[in-house]
Design a protein around this ligand. Structure first.
Ligand SMILES: C[C@H](O)[C@H](O)[C@H]1CNC2=NC(N)=NC(=O)C2=N1
Length: 101
């Protein structure tokens, strides 16, 4: 997986493959807020994503309050958004979809 920062054109294209993620104002991260039914579902989602993050060696910056999980993804080595962030975003989208989100 290429950790290079995606150029604006490539980033725009890549963003079409993920749902509901926003690019930060400084173009260094993508973020999404997930809202589940309750804490049990939010934590099940986080557990699944944590294992996927380990496998991918790409870890979300995230926070959880009850049924909400806020996620930010960036690639530190490139100081921006890479294909690895897009891949992790897709994994998280698919995990959330199993909870009807
Ligand atoms: C050494 C190790 O591969 C790096 O520190 C990885 C670990 N997980 C990571 N996660 C994320 N989100 N961005 C990174 O740049 C990153 N780097």
């Amino acid at each position: 997986m290429n950790d290079a920062r995606l150029e604006p054109e490539a980033l725009r294209t890549a963003m079409q493959s993920v749902g509901n993620w926003a690019i930060s104002e400084d173009d260094t991260a993508i973020s999404r807020d997930f809202r589940f039914t309750d804490f049990r579902e939010a934590f099940a989602f986080m557990s699944e994503c944590a294992l996927a993050a380990e496998r991918l060696d790409h870890h979300p910056e995230w926070s959880n309050v009850y049924n909400r999980v806020g996620v930010s993804l960036t690639t530190h080595s490139s100081g921006g958004i890479s294909a690895r962030d897009i891949e992790m975003a897709g994994i998280m989208d698919r995990a959330a979809s199993r909870f009807g989100i």
